[in-house]
Structures are given as structure tokens and as C-alpha cells.
Design a protein around this ligand. Sequence first.
Ligand code: FDA
Length: 277
Amino acid sequence: MRRFIAGDHVDDALACTRDLVADGLAVTIDFLGEDTTNPQQAEATRDEYLKLLDALHAAELTPAAEVSLKLSALGQVFDEKVAYEHARAICAKATEAGTTVTLDAEDHTTTDSTLEMLARLRADFPTTGAVVQSYLRRTEADCRELAVSGSRVRLCKGAYKEPESVAYQRRLDVDKSYVRCLNVLMSGTGYPMIATHDPRLVAIGEDRAKWFDRTPDEFEFQMLYGVRPDEQRRLAELGYTVRVYLPYGTQWYAYMMRRLAERPANLAFFARALRSK
Ligand code: FDA
């Protein structure tokens, strides 16, 4: 499990972050958990993020490290107002700690609510980042809305099982949509975050940076912890910002299942980790 997840506790996330930062990488930390079903769980998640941000600040790991947040872990499913208030508290703490928050994208039933909350949060915390998924048919239009000054937008392919009515099903269509969205983001005035391990899309990202005259500080690459670590370091050595998405916590099941669905070869790591649990 340690190949993909820092460990169970804040200290594990901190130790891993320190190593990644020493290697010239930036980090976004995710406290694992989603689909929270009661207010106590939502509060506990908020408190964990507040603790994490204090710890990152004290360890002088900000702004190299920021946090990624799933609104469903803050109670979005049962009370949007509560989730919003918790997200606000986390954004305020991140600002105090000198860093940023990015709102993860979850399944398509949450997209409108997440983008609405993002817009409200950005009014007070303008650096709050969005995530968009190229498999969704709506995403190119969302990118047009989001490609504005000050806006940070992570573009990924999307990791949930979605119906054909809302999402492209063929890999090729998802990839083509990714390139269209990338064009919109790279030609706009926001800060694109190119989240993929796909060598072709990484190369297209580098290419678009040249087309649209973006210097390496005007966009970044992002990859998951444990996935193509050599490529992460290669890109960083070329002078690009490469941010590693680093999960920690005990609620790893849903996260690992999505990694397995993407790449059955991850099964070997998963089986080994389960045996050692
Ligand atoms: P894909 O899985 O299609 O693979 C394309 C190619 O990349 C492969 O053919 C191979 O060449 C290479 N590759 C992929 N995995 C590899 C591996 N393990 N080893 C070697 N080569 C490999 N999703 C979501 O729905 N909401 C979110 O908020 C986020 N957030 C997020 C943050 C970050 C930083 C990343 C990188 C990804 C996400 N995702 C996500 C997940 C994302 O949507 C997607 O499911 C995965 O990144 C897998 O898609 P790829 O773009 O890597 O390509």
C-alpha cells in the first residue's frame, strides 16, 4: 500500500512530503475519505485538514505542499451548507498557512454543486483550485468558464464509472476531449494543472506550452504518488513544476479501487498490501 499511500497519519504524510519536496517536487495532500454520511464524520474530516495544514506550516512545507479536498468527505451528499462551511474553514486555514486548496472532482451528480461551491469559495479565497474531468461531455464548456485570470484548474481524465449520457466511453474520445480542454486552458489566462501519466498527453502539454508561450511557472504537471515516479523526477529536472498527489489515512479502499480499475497491473501491489495488513 505504501507505494500509493503515505500511511495512516499526518506524520506519515509529512515525512513523505518532506522526501518529495527534497527531490524537487511539489505536493498536494489528500486525507482519504469520501461519501461521509453523518455530521460527526464531516467535522472530523474538517478537523483533520486543519491539523494537517498547521503541521505543514510548522514544518515549513508550505507553499510547496497544498491540500486536495473531496466535498463529499465534508458532507456534500447530506448537507451542502455544512460541507461549504467546512470547506471555507479549510480554505481560511490554508491561506493562514500560506498555501492553497484544490477541490477534487467526484462523480457527475456532484459536478454542479462542486463548481457552484468553488465559485463562492473563490470570491474570498481566489486561489482555490478546480478539477475537471475530460470524460464528461460538459467539461470543454466548463474549461471555457474556468480559463480566467487567477483560476487554477486541474485537468484529469476522470476516475468514476459514468453513463454514456454524460461521459465519453471510448478511451480515444476521452483523450481527444482532454486535448480540446487542454487547448482551452493553455490558451486562456488561468493556471492549468495537467494531471495525467499518459506520455502522449504529457508531450502535448509541453508542446502547447510552447505554442501558447507559457513559461514553466505558468502551468504545472501533476501525477499520483507511486505512479511513474521516474517520469515525475525527469519532468522536474527539465524545470517544470511537478506536483504529486499524495493520499494518506485509513480510508484507502475507494481510492485503491479506482487505481485498480485504471490499471489492473496495480493488482499485484494491492494484493501484497492486503496480505501485509
Ligand atoms: P490512463 O490511465 O488512460 O493511462 C494512459 C497511459 O499512461 C497508459 O497507457 C500508460 O502509458 C501511462 N500510465 C498510466 N498509469 C501508469 C502506471 N501506473 N505506470 C506506468 N504508466 C502508466 N480523477 C477524478 O475523477 N477526480 C479527481 O479529482 C482526480 N484527481 C487527480 C489528481 C491527479 C494529480 C491525477 C494524476 C489524477 C487524478 N484523477 C482524478 C485520476 C484521473 O482522472 C485518472 O483516472 C488517472 O490519472 C488515470 O488516467 P491517466 O491520465 O493517467 O491515463
